[in-house]
Each structure stands twice: as structure tokens, then as C-alpha cells.
Design a protein around this ligand. Structure first.
Ligand code: ADP
Length: 168
């Protein structure tokens, strides 16, 4: 019997968007298990706390039974080895993502040759979508309905109420 193929989907998820969910769904349909791993990055100043990002991800992925949400810090490949993962899953939106992702994938392979990075493309509707764009649009009073899960919209409403009232 072959071992189950475990994929790690790492990221900041600040906040999770429908683009991330598109990749999680695609990953969960081909890998035995997908671990969504939220990066604890002290250098980046997140809008959402780590606890909030994890709670939101758990809620919005709860219907996918082979998807787990976890956190990690330090080297991704060390975490992948600890979790017995063979795959690092990343989303590619446009050529602009490619250069950085390519560098990271090859550096990770140099450190852990047995781990493969697999890139997946989201539906076109999400190919321009990023967490930072969502935050920017929200801060300026724009609507991000349909681009993030409703739960994230609710959280954004609480965090940026002053700006968002402008649109009503
Ligand atoms: P990071 O700080 O690691 O880039 P993100 O949370 O921004 O963390 O992204 C995590 C992963 O999800 C990355 O592989 C990124 O390319 C991918 N991703 C982000 N937004 C989208 C999207 N709209 N469609 C597909 N993949 C995406």
C-alpha cells in the first residue's frame, strides 16, 4: 500500500480569500490530505491575528474532511518533513507570481529534494485577487463581496467600520 500523499498549503491568509479557497478545494480533490499552514511571521504586521486567521480558516474549510488548519514558524521544509508531507502546494495567479515562486521552489528542493512543489491555477475570476488588494479596497470603502467568504466580510466590517460606512 502506498503512503497517503499529504500536501502543505502555506501562506499568510491575512485574510483568506475565495482565491485561496479555490486552491484548497482543487488540492483537496487530488491529494489525500491538505494541511493549510498559517505562517507565523513576526516581520509582517498582519491585520488579522494568528488566532483569528486560524479560526476563520477552520470555519470556512470545515466541509472538506481531508483539510486541516495548522500554524508553523521557521523553515517551511522543516515543517513539511515534521508533518510527513511530500508536496508543497502553491497558487499561481499570473506571471508576476512566477519569479518568486520559482526561486522559493528551487531553494526548498535544494534543502529537501524529496518534497515536490506543485503549482495550481485558480479560476480566472480569482486570478487578480490578493489579500492585500482586499484590505486596500476595504480600507477605501469598496465592497469585496464575492471575493472573500462572508465570514471574512463580517470580520472586515468590524475592523474597518469607519471607512466602510462611507459607501452606504
Ligand atoms: P504568502 O505570504 O505566502 O504569499 P498568501 O496568503 O498571500 O501568503 O498566499 C498563499 C498562497 O496562495 C500563495 O501560493 C499565493 O500565490 C496563493 N494565492 C494567493 N491569492 C491567490 C488567488 N487569488 N488565487 C490563487 N492563489 C492565490
Amino acid at each position: 500500500m502506498t503512503a497517503p500523499v499529504i500536501a502543505i498549503y502555506p501562506g499568510s491568509f491575512d485574510p483568506v480569500t475565495n482565491g485561496h479557497l479555490d486552491i484548497i478545494e482543487r488540492g483537496s480533490s487530488i491529494f489525500d490530505q491538505v494541511i493549510v499552514a498559517v505562517l507565523l511571521n513576526v516581520a509582517k504586521e498582519p491585520l488579522f491575528s494568528l488566532a483569528d486567521r486560524v479560526a476563520i480558516l477552520k470555519e470556512v474549510t470545515r466541509n472538506w474532511h481531508n483539510v486541516e488548519v495548522d500554524t508553523f514558524e521557521g523553515l517551511l521544509v522543516d515543517y513539511a518533513v515534521a508533518r510527513k508531507a511530500r508536496v508543497i502546494l502553491r497558487g499561481i495567479r499570473a506571471v508576476t507570481d512566477f519569479d518568486y515562486e520559482f526561486q522559493m521552489a528551487l531553494m526548498n528542493r535544494r534543502m529537501q529534494p524529496q518534497i515536490e512543489t506543485v503549482f495550481m491555477m485558480p479560476a480566472e475570476a480569482y486570478s487578480y485577487l490578493s489579500s492585500s488588494l482586499v484590505k486596500e479596497v476595504c480600507a477605501l470603502g469598496g465592497s469585496v463581496k464575492g471575493l472573500v467568504p462572508p465570514l471574512v466580510d463580517e470580520y472586515l466590517e468590524k475592523r474597518m467600520p469607519r471607512h466602510r460606512k462611507k459607501q452606504r
